[in-house]
Design a protein around this ligand. Structure first.
Ligand SMILES: [Zn+2]
Ligand SMILES: [Zn+2]
Ligand SMILES: [Zn+2]
Length: 331
C-alpha cells in the first residue's frame, strides 16, 4: 500500500510507493524504453501482460481503453477509505493512507505519437479523460483529480506505448494548493481572477500568445520554468475542467492539437509532460481559480541549484519561444 508522507517542515506531500521498484538496480534509468516486440508491451491488447490485467478494465472504446494502473500511487481500497491523518513513529511524523484512484487511458495503436495524433483521436482522448474524471468524482471518495500525459523517456514515461493517466487522491497537490492560495490572495486584493487578468494582459500584449480560438488561448508562460513551457486556458472564467461542454472540449482539443504541432515542428518530437490543473472536487466552484493545462517540454534537467532552491534557471525567454513557435519553419 503506498503511503502519503508530509514534509513536516514545508507541508509538502510525497507518496512513498514501494510496490513500484524493489531493488536498487530498478532505479537505473534505461536509455530507451522502446519495446519493439509488441507481445511484450503490457498495453498492446494482444500481449500477455494486457490479458493478465484485463479484469481491471474501466472503459473500452474504439481506439482507446481505460485500465486501473497496475502499480497505483493512489489505491482504491474500501478498508482504507479514511483520509484522516495518522501520526506514525510515536506521533512525530504525519502521514496518510494513499487512497484514491490511478487510471491509465491507453491509445490502442502502439505506433502513434502524441505530437502527431490524428485530431479525432485527440478529441476522443480528452472526451474520455473528462468522462473518467466525472466518474471518479461521482463514485470515489477523493479530494482532487489530475489528468496527465508523459511523452518520451525523459518525461518519466516508463512504457513507450501512448497513454495518459488520471491521478485521484485524498489530498490537494502541493502545486494546486499553492495556486489556489495565490489566486485567493489576488482575488482578495483586486476582486478579480488572476488567470482572467493574465489572459486579458496577454491578449493585449500579443508577445507570448501562440494560438487562439473562440474559447481558448495558448501562451508561452511569462515566468516559464522550462523552455517552450506552454499554458492553455479557457478564455471565459471557469474553475472546473469537468464542467467544460462537449462543444468546448472540441475547441480545447483543437488548440492542444495546434500547440503540439507547433512544438513538434520547432523541437522535432520533444519529450514532454502535460497536466491539467483544476479545482479540487471537494470545492463547489471558485471565482478566483481558473482551470488550465500546462505543457512542459523536457529539454533541460534540473541541477543542484534548481533542486536546492526550486528557483529554475530557464535559458529560453518565453517571448523568443513564442517567436520560434509561430515561425513558419524551423530557424
Ligand atoms: Zn504497445
Ligand atoms: Zn478566471
Ligand atoms: Zn497550474
Amino acid at each position: 500500500m503506498p503511503e502519503l508522507r508530509q514534509n513536516i517542515i514545508t507541508g509538502d506531500w510525497v507518496v512513498i510507493a514501494p510496490e513500484r521498484a524493489k531493488r536498487p538496480q530498478d532505479f537505473i534509468i534505461p536509455k530507451s524504453v522502446k519495446v519493439s516486440d509488441k507481445t511484450k508491451c503490457p498495453f498492446c491488447v494482444d500481449s500477455e501482460g494486457f490479458k493478465a490485467n484485463k479484469k481491471n478494465m474501466k472503459a473500452d472504446h474504439k481506439d482507446i481503453y481505460v485500465i486501473e494502473n497496475r502499480y497505483p500511487a493512489f489505491v482504491e481500497d474500501e478498508s482504507k477509505k479514511s483520509i484522516r491523518s495518522f501520526y506514525p513513529e510515536k506521533g512525530f511524523y504525519r502521514a496518510r493512507a494513499s487512497v484514491g484512484d490511478h487510471e491509465v487511458v491507453v491509445i490502442k495503436d502502439h505506433d502513434l505519437n502524441l505530437l502527431s495524433f490524428p485530431k479525432p483521436l485527440l478529441d476522443n482522448l480528452f472526451e474520455i479523460m473528462r468522462e473518467r474524471y466525472i466518474w471518479i468524482k461521482e463514485h470515489e471518495k477523493v479530494v482532487s483529480i489530475m489528468p496527465i500525459y508523459n511523452h518520451g523517456a525523459e518525461s518519466g514515461a516508463s512504457i513507450d506505448h501512448p497513454h495518459a493517466q488520471i491521478f485521484a487522491s485524498g489530498i490537494i497537490s502541493n502545486t494546486v494548493g499553492q495556486e489556489i492560495d495565490g489566486a485567493d490572495t489576488y482575488y482578495g486584493v483586486n476582486g478579480a481572477c488572476i488567470y482572467c487578468d493574465i489572459i486579458n494582459h496577454e491578449l493585449k500584449e500579443k508577445i507570448r500568445v501562440i494560438a487562439e480560438n473562440d474559447n481558448f488561448v495558448a501562451i508561452e508562460f511569462y515566468a516559464s520554468r522550462f523552455p517552450f513551457e506552454t499554458w492553455i486556458l479557457p478564455k471565459n472564467h471557469q474553475s472546473q475542467f469537468e464542467e467544460t461542454t462537449k462543444q468546448n472540449m472540441l475547441l480545447f482539443s483543437e488548440i492542444v492539437f495546434e500547440s503540439l504541432a507547433m512544438l513538434n515542428k520547432t523541437l522535432d518530437n520533444p519529450p514532454l509532460n502535460f497536466y491539467i490543473h483544476t479545482l479540487p472536487v471537494i470545492h463547489k466552484d471558485s471565482a478566483s481559480y481558473h482551470w488550465h493545462m500546462e505543457i512542459l517540454p523536457r529539454l533541460s534537467t534540473f541541477g543542484g541549484f534548481e533542486l536546492g532552491s526550486e528557483i529554475i534557471i530557464n535559458v529560453m525567454p518565453p517571448e523568443e519561444a513564442a517567436h520560434y513557435l509561430k515561425s513558419p519553419k524551423r530557424d
